[in-house]
Write a protein that binds this ligand. Structure first.
Ligand SMILES: [Zn+2]
Ligand SMILES: [Zn+2]
Length: 93
């Protein structure tokens, strides 16, 4: 993933829209503020340009993957339960 820069000036429209700029940009085209490396997830300033996500967003990304697996498991269980109820209904008729 390419590193991205963002404007950290809270009064700047670029900051408000969380606009990302390429590394080649030095200053914000909107307000002239020096751009900093920002997290692609939360637009927070990154201490250096080594990563594209901050520690928190990286953890969240991992958690989401876990959550996704859990949810798909639950969905299967739910579908099975509904099928059982449907079969019972047919049998009782
Ligand atoms: Zn700006
Ligand atoms: Zn982040």
């Amino acid at each position: 993933m390419a590193k991205k820069k963002g404007c950290l000036n809270p009064n700047c429209p670029s900051h408000e829209k969380r606009k990302m700029y390429d590394e080649a940009y030095i200053r914000c085209p909107d307000c002239g503020e020096i751009l900093s490396y920002v997290c692609k997830g939360c637009y927070m300033k990154l201490p250096n340009g080594a990563k594209t996500l901050c520690v928190r967003c990286e953890e969240e990304k991992k958690d989401k993957r876990k959550l996704f697996r859990k949810n798909t498991g639950k969905a299967f269980a739910g579908a099975a339960a509904i099928a059982v109820v449907a079969i019972k209904k047919i049998v009782s008729k």
